[in-house]
Design a protein around this ligand. Structure first.
Ligand code: XBP
Ligand code: MG
Length: 262
């Protein structure tokens, strides 16, 4: 009988709330490095997040808000260099460990690992950023728990295109019906659904409150913990007060049925 075989996690906003105080600050530090006074405020960054991928986000900002800007070198090289600096800042920030994993993430990862449920990542962010975030967690070797890490520029099109989830599925060697996806954004939900991954759990994050998660069968405010319950915004928690493997198995089964993937 088909069962839950793997959980595919998004990173930013899902494993940790990294955008506002991690990525955004790293972009601003990179701008300052090269003498630019650009300030991606919390509010502006929220708008810019509609474009996934840091390099893509810088280009979109230039087109929309700095049309007069003349880069000191060809645009592609300039954006690449700026983004390289941004990644350096981000990795250095993660070493300080002040962006924790979200409530319930480590508990669920431990539970999955103990039960032999495989772990994967499908993210738009740069691979170094994933390693740095996981290395900062209070669980030595956490990075190695993930059998598949699909990240960044390894695919041609970033979320909401399905490419990164399709790559994760290919690397896992599993059909969509054997997997549950955990995401935090509308772009992420669209990407997963387009790859056939219908069992999507959304844990809403600070920047994604109010987004349209149509098609995701379960939306919660957080994974939660026994002493910090999760609240379902859409769908239901199958009688549980926080998200555990039982909830994910029920979600997969409700979405695909018990015979799926047999
Ligand atoms: C998050 C993103 C990323 C990060 C920045 O996607 O869109 O671009 O904001 O990372 P996800 P980079 O939630 O799918 O992980 O600058 O390395 O692109
Ligand atoms: Mg995300």
């Amino acid at each position: 009988m088909a069962d839950l075989e793997a959980i595919i996690f998004d990173v930013d906003g899902t494993l940790a709330d990294t955008e506002r105080d991690g990525h955004r600050r790293a972009f601003n530090a990179a701008f300052a490095d090269v003498g630019l006074d650009w300030d991606w405020t919390v509010e502006r960054y929220g708008r810019l997040l509609g474009v996934t991928g840091g390099k893509e986000r810088i280009r979109a900002y230039l087109r929309a808000e700095r049309p007069e800007f003349e880069p000191p070198q060809p645009l592609d090289a300039f954006v690449k260099e700026l983004h390289r600096r941004k990644t350096e800042h981000y990795v250095a920030m993660m070493r300080t460990g002040n962006i924790p994993l979200r409530a319930g993430v480590l508990r669920l990862l431990r539970e999955a690992r103990a039960a032999g449920v495989r772990l994967a990542i499908a993210t738009t962010t740069t691979p170094e950023n994933v390693s740095a975030l996981l290395a900062s967690a209070p669980e030595p070797g956490l990075l190695g728990w993930f059998e598949v890490i699909a990240a960044g520029d390894v695919v041609a099109r970033k979320k909401p295109a399905p490419d990164i989830f399709e790559l994760a599925l290919r690397d896992l060697g599993l059909p969509p019906s054997a997997c549950v996806v955990i995401e935090d954004s509308d772009n992420g939900v669209r990407s997963a659904l387009a790859a056939g991954l219908k069992a999507v759990l959304v844990t809403v994050s600070s920047y994604t409150v109010g987004q349209d998660f149509t098609g995701a069968p379960l939306v919660v405010d957080r994974l939660g913990e026994p002493d910090a319950p999760a609240t379902a915004v859409a769908g239901d928690l199958a009688g549980a007060s926080y998200v555990d493997l039982h909830v994910l198995r029920a979600l997969r089964e409700r979405t695909f049925g018990t015979a799926a993937g047999d």
